[in-house]
Design a protein around this ligand. Structure first.
Ligand code: IMP
Length: 193
C-alpha cells in the first residue's frame, strides 16, 4: 500500500473527510501546502473529470507523489444540468442560493430534481484514474439551515436541507463521500493490504 497521498487542496473540510475515509488503509493524506506545492491552475475543463485532472496533474508535477484532486458541483434537472462545472461562478459570493431559487421559482414540485456530483482524479507515475460520486435530491423553495456551504441550504434530501444535516450525516450521503469511498476501493484493489 502507498504510505502517502497528496490532496490538491488546502481546504480543511475536504482534507478531514479524505483522512477519515482513507485512514483504514494507513495512508497519510497531505495537503498541497504540506507537500510543498503552490499551484492554482486555471480550471477551464468542460467536465468535473477534466477539472479534477487539471488540478491533480499540476500538483503531481510539482511533488511527484501520488496525488488526488476533486471537482464538484450542482446539476439541476430543470436547468439541463446547470450550473454544473460553473457552480462556483454561477453567482457572486453569498448569492448562489438566492439566484438559484429565483431561476427555479416557476418550476413545479416533481420537476425540481437535482444532484451534487463529484469526480476525484488519482494520479501517480503509472498514469491517472477517475472516480465519481453522486448525491440526488431536490431544490427546495426557501433557504434553510446553517451547516455546510454553497448550495446546501436549498438542496433537499428527504424533508431536510443539506444545511440542516450534521457533518457526519452529510458525509454519509454526500457526493464527495461517495467518490472517496470509490477511491478507497480502487486503492485497496490496486495496492492490496
Ligand atoms: P469545488 O469542487 O470545491 O470547487 O466546488 C465547486 C462548487 O460547487 C462550490 O463552490 C459550491 O458552490 C458547489 N458545491 C460543491 N460541493 C458542494 C456541497 O457539498 N454543498 C454545496 N455546494 C457544493
Amino acid at each position: 500500500m502507498i504510505k502517502q497521498l497528496v490532496m490538491a487542496t488546502n481546504n480543511a473540510n475536504k482534507l478531514r473527510e479524505a483522512r477519515e475515509i482513507l485512514a483504514p488503509l494507513g495512508i497519510e493524506v497531505l495537503s498541497q501546502r504540506e507537500a510543498g506545492a503552490n499551484c492554482d491552475p486555471e480550471e477551464n475543463g468542460a467536465s468535473f473529470a477534466e477539472n479534477a485532472l487539471i488540478k491533480a496533474k499540476a500538483v503531481y508535477e510539482a511533488v511527484k507523489l501520488p496525488t488526488i484532486a476533486d471537482d464538484s458541483g450542482l446539476c439541476v434537472d430543470a436547468m439541463d444540468g446547470r450550473p454544473g462545472v460553473y457552480s462556483a461562478r454561477y453567482a457572486p459570493e453569498g448569492q448562489h442560493c438566492a439566484k438559484l431559487l429565483e431561476e427555479m421559482k416557476n418550476v413545479p414540485d416533481g420537476k425540481r430534481g437535482a444532484a451534487f456530483e463529484c469526480t476525484i482524479a488519482y494520479i501517480d507515475e503509472n498514469g491517472s484514474h477517475t472516480m465519481t460520486g453522486e448525491c440526488r435530491g431536490a431544490i427546495g423553495h426557501e433557504q434553510r439551515g446553517t451547516n455546510g456551504f454553497g448550495y446546501d441550504p436549498v438542496f433537499m434530501v428527504g424533508k431536510r436541507t443539506m444545511a440542516e444535516l450534521t457533518a457526519d450525516e452529510k458525509n454519509a450521503i454526500s457526493h464527495r463521500g461517495a467518490a472517496l469511498r470509490e477511491l478507497y476501493k480502487y486503492l485497496k484493489e490496486r495496492f492490496g493490504d
